[in-house]
Design a protein around this ligand. Structure first.
Ligand SMILES: *Cc1c(COP(=O)(O)O)cnc(C)c1O
Length: 579
């Protein structure tokens, strides 16, 4: 992963100078997964931002990426004997992957000047094009001790801490781009609502002439702001939409803007950053077709489009598959459409590549967890943020049923995932899974790999045979881990939600659990999952090797050719960035 990013030795020669003139689009994200040793992301949103940046580099799009440096990372997960998660900071060393720039800006927060310095990291495409990433840092001696830590913990702290981070990202980031001398930026892409204050700062630059405003009207002109701003919303989950008390906003941003003016744009009781971003963006999209529809229902009155997410293929393709694709479709990394022909790849070569990924996983599981997996049994994988709406325990709803299925068609399971530090139910899911692991140890091998991150995903996802996903629809806005599975010939077994509604051809590219809830079917149940496993997935694996490989071919050709960030960024470029 991330092989295309610069090491410091190359980077020392680089400055921001060459990017100041040509850059047209600035992409703002609270998190972004750049390299494994840069702990500037927590999960899917950051991985998507990183894949976006890698494809922007491949496509030579004139973009700059802006994020927080998150010196203390997100969370290092330690699991005790009982499976209870203990949360630790996860620091990293910026100097090994990025260069501090000399420029600095300050913004007032709570009446104190907070200085922000950017670090520069470059992403280089295989053809040699660089895309700059600016990592915002407040850990400077001129700042008050309390302010030095603003850019430390990703998604850490309380509402006050979070709002200060978002002021630094949105307002600080925007002003820093001007201070550095980016003169040609015409488009700001807000990846999720975290950067919405950027749009508010733009709005302040466009007061309407006093004689054109009557009392109670907005005294600013939204049209030029809406022309510049693009907003991608990523979740229908309530907690994913930041809200701040007006009292807190006025305390941190006194004399910044008349908050009655902001109320006109962003809801009544609290400052809702999703509302603010919706009001101030001329192009708004959800991350899959179903998610766009759900978002329209949540926020009526806005035009919400759909651009379905993807993954950066060269980043997420296992080396054994990459070698195969290189040989048969040499331009697949830059032109993933060519992988539509992958249904013609010889089955034995596909299986050989898959088997290599499997063995690497089996070895790593033994080393990291002590669980010995059996290469003859199918491996079911499940890894993502551990939180209730994703139903990580659905597979374990009926242990006796699971035992009976396993007695007929033996299988095994590998899981991984962190719970957000404040998500107690999420932590309990992990602990309960540990209980099931012990309970079933004699008959059904189950392993839980600690500390899920992009490196674990690179190992786990291509190494299993079946990738399981069991969210409560429509909560899974898109999901991307299933795409990573598919491009490596791993078959998806998933509830119909997010991207899978678009990609699932049942029995061809993978399997659906239950029916599409939007068509009046009940929520996919544990019984739906068990019956698919017992009647379709496991018999096929054990009894029809050729049939399995045919599905691997279909999964790669139909999914890799479409659900990639190359296609996704061409759509953003054609539909959102050029308007
Ligand atoms: C791809 C990836 C995700 C996204 O997972 P979904 O559940 O599909 O949204 C999350 N975390 C990591 C580390 C990933 O690599």
């Amino acid at each position: 992963m991330f092989h295309d990013s610069h090491k410091l030795s190359d980077q020392q020669h680089h400055t921001i100078g060459p990017f100041l003139g040509p850059t047209r689009i600035a992409y703002f994200s609270m998190e972004i997964a750049l390299r494994p040793e840069m702990h500037t992301y927590s999960g899917g949103l950051g991985v998507l931002a990183g894949d976006t940046a890698r494809s922007a580099s491949d496509l030579e799009l004139p973009m700059v990426f802006v994020t927080l440096i998150s010196r203390q990372g997100y969370l290092r997960q330690e699991l005790d004997q009982s499976g209870w998660q203990h949360d630790h900071p996860d620091p990293w060393s910026p100097a090994e992957s990025a260069t501090p720039l000399r420029a600095k800006v300050s913004i007032p927060i709570s009446g104190r000047e907070v200085w922000i310095r950017p670090w520069l990291h470059l992403i280089r495409s295989p053809l040699g094009h660089d895309v700059p990433v600016l990592l915002l840092d407040t850990d400077l001696p001129e700042n008050a001790p309390e302010d030095r830590g603003i850019t430390d913990r990703l998604y850490g702290g309380d509402a006050r801490y979070r709002l200060r981070q978002e002021i630094v990202l949105g307002i600080g980031g925007l002003r820093l781009l001007s201070a550095l001398g980016f003169a040609g930026i015409h488009t700001y892409h807000l990846n999720e609502g975290h950067a919405a204050l950027l749009a508010l700062d733009l709005l302040r630059r466009h007061p309407r002439p006093a004689d054109q405003v009557t009392n109670g009207d907005l005294r600013y002109d939204v049209a030029p702001v809406r022309e510049s701003c693009i907003f991608t919303t990523h979740t229908p989950v309530e907690a994913g939409h930041d809200r701040f008390d007006w009292g807190l906003v006025s305390e941190l941003l006194p004399d910044y803007i008349d908050l009655d003016q902001v109320r006109l744009l962003a809801g009544g009781e609290s400052l809702n950053l999703t509302h603010l971003a919706l009001s101030l963006s001329g192009f708004v999209n959800g991350v899959a077709q179903r998610h766009a529809r759900t978002t329209r229902e949540m926020f009526p009155g806005y035009r919400i489009r759909a651009i379905t997410n993807g993954v950066h293929l060269p980043t997420w393709t296992h080396p054994a598959f990459a070698a195969l694709y290189n040989e048969h479709y040499p331009s697949w990394g830059l032109e993933p459409e060519t992988l539509a022909h992958a249904d013609q790849l010889p089955g034995e070569l596909l299986w050989k590549a898959h088997d290599q990924a499997r063995h690497e996983l089996i070895a790593a599981v033994a080393e990291r967890t002590g669980v010995v997996l059996d290469p003859a049994r199918p491996l079911i994988g499940y890894a993502r943020r551990m939180t209730s709406y994703k139903r990580p325990e659905l597979l374990f709803s009926d242990i006796e049923r699971l035992r009976r299925i396993n007695a007929r068609f033996p299988f095994q399971v590998v899981l991984s995932g962190k719970a957000h530090p404040l998500d107690e139910p999420g932590k309990r899911h992990i602990q309960n899974i540990f209980g099931h692991i012990h309970e079933l140890a004699d008959e059904l091998p189950i392993a839980f790999i600690p500390n899920y991150d992009a490196s674990v995903a690179r190992l786990l996802v291509p190494g299993v045979d079946v990738w399981l996903n069991t969210p409560v629809p429509p909560m899974e806005a898109s999901g991307t881990s299933g795409m990573k599975a598919a491009i490596n010939g791993v078959l998806n077994l998933s509830v119909l939600d997010g991207w899978w509604i678009e990609a699932c051809v049942d029995g061809v590219t993978g399997w659906a659990i239950g029916r599409d809830g939007a068509k009046g079917a009940a929520l996919a149940s544990a019984e739906d999952l068990y019956s698919r496993l017992e009647n379709d997935v496991l018999p096929l694996f054990h009894q029809d090797c050729d049939g399995w490989i045919r599905m691997m071919q279909q999964s790669i050709s139909k999914i890799a050719s479409t659900f990639n960030t190359q296609r996704m960024m061409r759509r953003y470029a054609a539909e959102a960035y050029v308007r």
